[in-house]
Ligand binder design. Structure first.
Ligand code: NAD
Length: 341
């Protein structure tokens, strides 16, 4: 089947071309992001493949539908970039990759914790500068710390297991608790306020939904332990960035590690090193010594990319051959599933 890929980078081409040896779809790669101004590039393509920051709004979908597109194959888990209601109205099927490597994201979250705690970003630069002083690098043992995990699904569970390996106590909060979490030992489910009050480190692993939008806000930050470490590898809009900035300035938040950012679609995945960044909030965040930002790279392991390519191409084959699939995202009036990544 002819597939138009949007927002493609060299690594997308590499992993998809490799996986496609088995499927033999006709893959055409476009660099621009999909939106209503670029949608016409996909004229004559029955399938269009998107990533997290493409925009499949009503206007874009109308152009796609008018030009013969019948399938949106998302090469990610989240589908908050797609207007599902319009897709359903226009007869465009939406498929996604619900799971690839939960290890990729969980391990990156742990990487952020270690980096912040032991100030590895400063240590690395210092040693390169022949500055071997230790002042300002003081960390704390993770062993014995309490780690709060908001969202104990696939990624949250892998993260929980790793943190248990460090000897941490775990507090979980989830709208749909699972039975395995509390069998990890030193792990129990609590309500959100108890998690906020008692955690030394809080890591977000829940999806972006109307009820989780800004789950970290001025009020919830005020309930946290002073000096808490906050980690977000899930979705930028889970966090009210302004409230977090205030929290950092007051010392209530002692460390912030983020792989996602509320306004990331204007920044991430591009080399902007030669431009003047216009996002003052982002620049302010960057200026704090206790903040580490990575640009939505948590998923970026060869295992995850291999799995994403395999599942996306299988989805396209299933669609082509009329097979039903659990990876289809259906529009439901009530469930506004703004899941992520
Ligand atoms: P998952 O669906 O397996 O787990 C999500 C968990 O959140 C579930 O247990 C669910 O019950 C829980 N949840 C749902 N609503 C909740 C609420 N209101 N409050 C608390 N918990 C709630 O998803 P996953 O594969 O573990 O992914 C988790 C998130 O990680 C994704 O939603 C996505 O935002 C993010 N992600 C980020 C990257 C990245 O590269 N940074 C990559 C993949 C996924």
């Amino acid at each position: 089947m002819k597939v138009a890929f949007f927002s493609t980078k060299a690594y997308d081409r590499q992993f998809f071309n490799q996986a496609n040896e088995k499927y033999q779809h006709e893959l055409v790669y476009f660099e621009p992001r999909l939106d209503h101004t670029t949608a016409s590039l996909a004229a004559g393509f029955p399938a269009v493949c998107l990533f997290v920051n493409d925009q499949a709004d009503a206007k874009t979908l109308e152009t796609l539908a008018a030009n013969g597109t019948k399938l949106l194959a998302l090469r990610c888990a989240g589908f908050n970039q797609v207007d599902l209601k319009s897709a359903a109205r226009l007869g465009i099927k939406v498929m996604r990759v619900p799971a690839y490597s939960p290890y990729s994201v969980a391990e990156h979250a742990v990487g952020l914790i270690l980096m912040l705690n032991r100030r590895l970003y400063r240590a690395y630069n210092r040693v390169r500068d022949d500055n071997f002083a230790l002042d300002g690098l003081l960390g704390f043992d993770l062993h014995g710390c309490t780690v709060g995990i908001i969202g104990t699904g696939k990624i949250g569970m892998v993260f929980a297991e790793i943190m248990r390996g460090f000897g941490c106590q775990l507090l979980g909060y989830d709208a749909y608790p699972n039975k395995i979490f509390e069998t990890l030992g030193a792990a129990r489910y609590v309500e959100l306020p108890e998690l906020l009050e008692n955690s030394d480190i809080i890591s977000l692993h829940c999806p972006l939904l109307p009820e989780t939008y800004h789950i970290i806000n001025a009020e919830t930050i005020a309930q946290m332990k002073p000096g808490v470490m906050l980690i977000n590898t899930s979705r930028g809009q889970l966090v009210d960035t302004q409230a977090v900035i205030e929290g950092i300035k007051s010392g209530q938040i002692g460390y912030l590690g983020i792989d996602v950012y509320e306004q990331e679609d204007n920044l991430f995945f591009e080399d902007l090193s030669d431009t003047v960044i216009q996002d003052d909030t982002f620049q302010l965040l960057q200026s704090f010594p206790n903040v580490v930002i990575t640009a939505h790279q948590a998923f970026f392991t060869r295992n995850a990319l291999t799995s994403i390519a395999e599942t996306t191409l299988t989805n396209i084959s299933d669609f082509e051959q009329g097979r039903s699939s659990d990876n289809e995202v259906k529009y439901e009036e009530k469930v506004v599933s703004k899941t992520p990544a």
